[in-house]
Design a protein around this ligand. Structure first.
Ligand code: ATP
Ligand code: MG
Length: 567
């Protein structure tokens, strides 16, 4: 591609709309532009990187025996009503009516549509197993779209669905996708880990998320330093031993804590450690208030809590509700005298003489004990901490941040039962198909790759997903020698590589800056050494510079190409 003709609007300044590096760089490198919140146009360079990831996905899915199809993005409400998700899905599902006033939605995922297709076509065990996938635009009306392609509302996803005759077959399909995902993300040149993930209401242990390790990741991953346990913090069970409190209970007392709302403020004011306080957090579970109690230094795990309550929507109660339910300003809620279900974390069983809010503005209780109020249910509802032991081996835990680029999940018969997708087994008996689903965020994968591979000058694309492999840079196109050789090399190199040819009449400084920003793995510069028949190769990743003769250029490039492949 000739740069002079290319629609590649790079930016010198960092746009103020971007918070994280990958988003800034994708805007600066002219890969994407925002149309509306969470909705982006992919410009040629950005689309090319996306296509690279898609091709890797396609090759590996096909290798695993999956078949590509393409399902509609617009989906009728009836199917979602059949699965029960029309009501459950919440506001991320963008619903609308057509001209006949019939309800539709934009597909956020395709379990319903694919199950409908398969139930109509699959009759017998001979038609199974099947693994069908598509690479398609999804729409989810995310509450907080951000970080560019990382969390968009409209985004490209690869979604696959497996259909098996029995559990054993479904597990085999699952582990095959587990392997396939390892191959895909390895080929994309990413530093990633597969971690155990929550299986929600389906249960079982067949759900893994593929996490790209990066500090800006929205997920926290828990690793064991002593065994191979790795899980999303949402999933990690707390297995700390709780011993009964050593102190004998005292009588509770109301104390004046003017303007002290937070755990830090209250404990500092009272001169006690946060472990001596119980936080009372009021949630709305499908609209109904529930009080949740956790130790001052612990945090609620909303995924565990939501699963325990079996609700579709769980949100923090807004201040108005807190005021009417507790009779106090936010920050003074406590379990004593509260008229709603109370769920307490197991750690409370080890506590005595603790601090709680008094349900009265500017007041707390001290020396509260479990006998002072009634708990509806004790359960593990908190986030694991680095002080807790590994739930598997009791070893030491380490925490890291990750970006979820892929997710695999054994669905079992959830959708086949709801939509009555059955087949006839060898004995002619009707059985439910056992399903699995497997997603990859394509745009998010590109963004995650940039998050992991950049330096102060710009993107450093992993070779396999780089939009071009070679950046051909004649420093002065008005020098006839340089211009002629550049034209010849462009034609020649294009036979083996995708070449971005910077034929612009720009100052060398501008060209070098753009080359670094765009992050093409190999730069070939034609400059002052051309008089001696030499060109300069620079490897973007290592900064290594190699001076080579024109005759040896292609061999040298071949070698570099091999070195740049991920292991
Ligand atoms: P998240 O927890 O990040 O919202 P999810 O659990 O909702 O993700 P899935 O339903 O499992 O995601 O979707 C499969 C994949 O699609 C995810 O692993 C992720 O890579 C991608 N994905 C999901 N939501 C978005 C989004 N809003 N923008 C970009 N990619 C997304
Ligand atoms: Mg989501």
């Amino acid at each position: 591609m000739r740069y002079s003709r290319y629609f590649l609007p790079t930016l010198k300044e960092t746009p103020s709309e971007a918070e994280i590096t990958s988003h800034k760089l994708m805007l600066r490198a002219g890969m994407i532009r925002k149309l509306s919140s969470g909705i982006y146009s992919y410009l040629p360079l950005g689309l090319k990187a996306i296509r690279k990831v898609e091709n890797i996905i396609r090759e590996e899915m096909n290798r695993a025996g999956a078949q590509e199809l393409l399902l509609p993005m617009v989906q009728p409400a009836e199917l979602w009503q059949e699965s029960g998700r029309w009501e459950q899905y919440g506001k991320e599902l963008l619903r609308f009516k057509d001209r006949h006033k019939r309800d539709f939605c934009l597909g956020p995922t395709h379990e319903e549509v694919i199950t409908d297709l398969v139930r109509r076509e699959v009759r017998s065990y001979r038609d199974l197993p099947l693994n069908l996938y598509q690479i398609q635009t999804k729409f989810r009306d995310e509450i907080r779209p951000r970080f560019g392609l990382m969390r968009g509302r409209e985004f490209i996803m690869k979604d696959a669905y497996s259909f098996d005759a029995d559990e054993k077959g479904a597990e085999k399909s699952y582990w095959q996708m587990y392997e396939t995902y390892h191959r895909i993300f390895t080929r994309c040149g990413l530093n990633f880990r597969a971690v155990e993930a929550d299986t929600g209401t389906i249960g079982g242990s067949f759900s893994h998320e593929f996490m790209v390790l990066a500090d800006i990741g929205e997920d926290t991953i828990v690793f064991c330093q002593d065994c191979d346990y790795a899980a999303n913090i949402e999933k990690a069970e707390v297995k700390s031993t709780i011993s009964p409190p050593a102190e004998s209970p005292k009588s509770k007392e109301e104390v004046h804590t003017p303007g002290k709302h937070t755990v830090e403020e209250v404990t500092a004011f009272l001169g006690v450690p946060p472990q001596k306080l119980v936080k009372t957090i009021i949630y709305l579970a499908d609209g109904k208030p529930v009080a949740v109690l956790v130790r001052g230094d612990h945090e609620v795990n909303e995924v565990k809590l939501g699963r325990l309550l079996g609700c579709n929507e769980l949100e923090l109660a807004p201040p108005e509700i807190i005021r009417t339910e507790t009779g106090a300003e936010v920050g003074f809620a406590g379990p004593i005298g509260l008229d709603m279900p109370i769920i307490a974390d197991l750690a409370l069983k080890g506590m005595a003489n603790f601090v709680t809010g008094a349900n009265k503005t500017d007041y707390h209780y001290v020396n509260v004990n479990l006998d002072d109020f009634s708990v509806t249910q004790f359960a593990d509802i908190r986030l694991i901490t680095p002080d807790d032991p590994c739930p598997r081996c009791g070893g030491r835990l380490e925490f890291k941040k990750g970006i979820e680029v892929g997710h695999i999940f054994k669905l079992g018969t959830k959708y086949s039962k709801a939509l009555k997708a059955t087949y006839l087994d060898a004995q002619g008996k009707e059985r439910y198909i056992v399903m699995g689903c497997y997603g990859i965020g394509v745009g998010r994968t590109v963004a995650a790759a940039i998050e992991q591979n950049h330096d102060k000058d710009g993107i450093v694309f992993p070779y396999p997903i780089a939009p071009y492999q070679i950046y051909l840079l004649p420093v002065d196109v008005n020098n006839p020698d340089i211009a002629r050789t550049a034209e010849e090399l462009y034609v020649k190199l294009e036979q083996h590589w995708e070449v971005l040819y910077d034929d612009r009449e720009e100052r060398p400084g501008v060209k070098f800056k753009d080359a670094d920003l765009i992050g093409i793995p190999i730069r070939v510069t034609l400059g002052k050494h051309l008089k001696e028949g030499k060109v300069e190769i620079k490897v973007r990743k290592t900064g290594e510079v190699i001076l080579t003769s024109l005759a040896e250029l292609e061999d040298t490039l071949e070698k570099i190409t091999i070195d740049l492949q991920p292991n």
